[in-house]
Design a protein around this ligand. Structure first.
Ligand code: 1HN
Length: 345
């Protein structure tokens, strides 16, 4: 590979004339934006401990009333991007949100897509597009682009969940904005009940609904049941994984980020190949070790970590007797749509 000319090789007077005309020579920066073989990644392997987050989040509950926060969230920020960027990866935002009993997070909609993975507490709910979605540990609730959503809490203990959004990407695209709305009227009919069985789906007039988001809540009991059935059905199956999909089409549940649940059998080590998208792991049940390059993290219950793209990841269940369950989010739908998705053996 030949060395390309540097900026300093050019006469100062010439560089100034370029600047005056809002012009920049490409060749001094070409290798920077187009490095050989492997992209430059700011996404650093990073681990966030739930045990460390929880007291700080509860303190935020005392320091900042919900009316002053709208959404009371501590953002899981990747130091590789700079904490102020509020990014876990190029396209993924992560935050831990707290709702106290009786609190109300008012209705709004926005262009970024979101999901929440419920971590702790009972009695809270999100109303999405008029559907009341109860929140229980391990449930996944979608709030896709443009859909009204608000959170309420009729229980007695604090409720905490993990928010996953494609905000960094949508913001970078200069397409991120929100609209505030009125309290929603709750409609009858719950997608997670109607679409609760994978092999059959509602076709009331011999037709699928054709809705882009027919199912908004994915109960943990169903996802876990699917994983356990898969594991029992094929003892040789290495990667016991399900994808959260649109139950009518089998397509990814949302347009930009992909969501998955994974089971590690007792004592199992699972090697994931290097793939172009960055990826997030969140421990729903059990304990796992995650190896990303030279970094090794222990994920205790409700811990979260992220891995850059183009990097192999090894997961290990730390229990020899119990299965471990992880929630994953990644940038695969985005990479596939853009035609840059890669798996490297
Ligand atoms: C948002 O709308 C929620 O509705 C949570 O709970 C986190 C982070 C950035 C932008 C919008 C929510 C968010 C958010």
């Amino acid at each position: 590979m030949n060395d390309l000319g540097r900026l300093e090789d050019l006469p100062l007077e010439y560089r100034e004339r370029l600047t005056e005309q809002n012009l920049v020579p490409l060749w001094p920066s070409l290798r920077g934006v187009l490095p050989p073989h492997v992209p430059t990644r700011k996404t650093a392997p990073t681990h966030w401990s739930y045990q460390a987050i929880k007291p700080l989040l509860l303190r935020a509950g005392e320091l900042t009333p919900i009316e002053k926060a709208e959404r009371r969230v501590l953002v899981l920020a990747n130091p590789g991007h700079g904490l102020e960027k509020m990014q876990a990866s190029a396209a993924i935002y992560l935050g831990m949100q707290l709702l106290m009993p009786g609190e109300w997070a008012p209705s709004h909609r926005h262009t970024p897509n979101a999901v929440r993975m419920i971590v702790e507490g009972e009695g809270a709910y999100t109303t999405v597009d008029g559907e009341k979605c109860p929140m229980s540990r391990g449930d996944l609730i979608l709030t896709p682009t443009g859909l009204w959503h608000e959170h309420g809490h009729d229980g007695v203990d604090p409720v905490i969940w993990l928010d996953v959004l494609d905000l960094p990407l949508v913001y970078y695209m200069e397409a991120s904005y929100h609209v505030n709305g009125d309290r929603q009227t709750i409609k009858a009919g719950e997608g997670y009940k109607a679409y609760a069985r994978g092999g059959v789906m509602p076709t009331p007039v011999f037709q699928r609904s054709g809705k882009r988001y027919p199912m908004l809540r994915y109960p943990w009991a169903d996802a876990k049941g699917a994983l356990e059935a898969m594991a029992a059905n094929d003892a040789a199956l290495d990667c016991v994984q399900v994808t959260y999909v649109n139950p009518e089409t089998g397509e990814d549940a949302e347009n930009i980020l992909g969501y998955y649940a994974l089971m590690l059998r007792p004592g199992q080590t699972l090697q994931l190949p290097a793939r172009s998208p960055a990826c997030v792991f969140h421990q729903i049940e059990g304990q796992s070790e995650v190896q990303i390059d030279a970094h090794r993290f222990t994920l205790q219950s409700a811990d979260t970590c992220c891995a850059p793209g183009y990097t192999p990841v090894t997961l290990r269940n730390l229990s020899a007797t119990e299965a471990a369950f992880l929630f994953m989010a990644d940038e695969s739908p985005l990479h596939r749509k853009l035609g840059v998705y890669e798996v490297r053996a």
